[in-house]
Design a protein around this ligand. Structure first.
Ligand SMILES: [Fe+2]
Ligand SMILES: [Fe+2]
Length: 277
């Protein structure tokens, strides 16, 4: 395989980067591989659109949009993106449209994809729903379902999915990652890594070999079990990607621990951050 020029620009993140960029609880990453462009998640609102124009990124040039999973903080910006980008193909797992809820005490908050499926079909150039891997650009693959092989990564106590009129703990069957194959290893983009970051990394290593970089949410926020944090850190150490750029649902405690442990390999993510490979 010849060398590839890869650029990843973080359009939406929980933390702002350079002045004038906006932040929100969400994730969206623009990807460019040898001049071909793709959008990974869309954030919660239209923040990705504004930040893209600050970076001089023309969203009309993307060839498609991939959703990491069907949570609103990744899919809420779909409508705003499609309005600017024009009709593009949208890739997701077939279960991404299941109605999802966040439950906190007595409150039940809708946390699924806000744009109705019929509306998305009308605005996009088609939905491609797959539970298995899909190549979205040459050398760029959406993983499809991530097998659960670890014991310390599992469901979240406050995230549910509505099935047959009943709220059940969300198994996050729709959770997937994006992989760019390069000669130096795989560049992995996660959404929230609800499957567990170690499960994601193991799955990528099995199918694509060494991981060169991991970028995105880890779901290691405040309240993440200590065992999960420790074992994830240990696995990252073992796999030792050249670059570790975590953001979104990664808490500041885990970020600072990663900086201590991984030093120059680690970069905290934020809106406006542009990574080149
Ligand atoms: Fe998220
Ligand atoms: Fe999520």
């Amino acid at each position: 395989m010849s060398a590839l020029d890869v650029k990843v620009a973080i359009l939406t993140d929980n933390i702002t980067g350079p002045p004038y960029f906006k932040a929100e609880h969400g994730l969206s990453c623009f990807l460019e591989v040898d001049g071909r462009r793709f959008l990974w998640d869309c954030g919660l609102t239209d923040v990705a659109v504004g930040n893209a124009s600050l970076l001089g990124i023309d969203l009309r040039t993307i060839e498609g949009i991939g959703l990491s999973h069907g949570h609103v903080d990744h899919a809420g910006g779909l409508e705003a993106v499609l309005r600017v980008a024009g009709a593009k193909k949208v890739y997701m797992h077939p279960a991404a449209y299941e109605p999802r809820y966040l439950v906190a005490g007595d409150a039940r908050v809708f946390a699924g994809i806000p744009l109705r499926r019929e509306a998305l079909e009308a605005m996009s150039s088609g939905l491609e729903m797959s539970s298995g891997p899909v190549e979205v650009l040459p050398g760029v693959t959406l993983t499809g379902e991530i097998p659960r092989v670890t014991e310390f990564e599992g469901d979240e106590p406050y995230l549910f999915v509505l099935r047959d009129g009943e709220l059940v703990p969300d198994p996050f069957v729709d959770d997937q990652a994006l992989v760019v194959d390069t000669p130096e290893g795989a560049i992995v983009l996660t959404g929230c890594a609800h499957s567990g970051l170690v499960n994601v990394m193991k799955h990528v290593i099995e199918g694509h070999g060494r991981i060169r970089a991991v970028i995105g949410g880890t779901h290691l926020g405040m309240g993440a079990p200590v065992e999960k944090v420790e074992k994830t850190m240990d696995f990252i150490q073992e796999a030792l990607p050249d670059r570790i750029v975590v953001n979104h649902c990664t808490g500041s405690v885990v970020m600072s621990r990663m900086l201590d442990r991984f030093g120059g390999r680690f970069t905290p993510g934020n809106t406006g951050l542009v990574l080149t490979f």
